[in-house]
Design a protein around this ligand. Structure first.
Ligand code: TYC
Length: 102
């Protein structure tokens, strides 16, 4: 038998089949050329970190290769990646940024 939309919605709620949208970690990647101060500025500007947190994350990237800078919806994560890469390119730094499914 065909169920109405309301009946489907009611089933979804009862069966807890409504899924959360996927979330993505935005990662910054280490390189040998981007100045430490520039990475701190990126973390302050695009990820709203204070200087202490930005310095801590920058050093984690420097010593471990990469670090998570924030977790967002797909659309916001894509925007962060684009903004970081554009800002780095404008300043002629090779800094790379990527997103990973959380
Ligand atoms: N490794 C860089 C340096 O020694 C600093 C750096 C940190 C670069 C984090 C990129 O995502 C990065 N100047």
């Amino acid at each position: 038998k065909e169920l109405t939309e309301t009946q489907h919605d009611t089933e979804d709620l009862l069966e807890e089949r409504i899924e959360e949208p996927p979330r993505y970690h935005v990662m910054l990647i280490n390189d040998d050329y981007t100045p430490m101060d520039f990475v701190v500025e990126v973390l302050r500007r695009f990820f709203n970190m204070d200087s202490e947190k930005a310095t801590e994350i920058m050093l984690t990237i420097h010593y471990k290769g990469k670090a998570r800078c924030g977790t967002f919806s797909a659309e916001i994560a894509e925007t962060k990646v684009d903004q970081v890469i554009r800002f780095a390119t404008e300043h002629q730094h090779p800094l790379q940024c990527s997103m990973e499914k959380a």
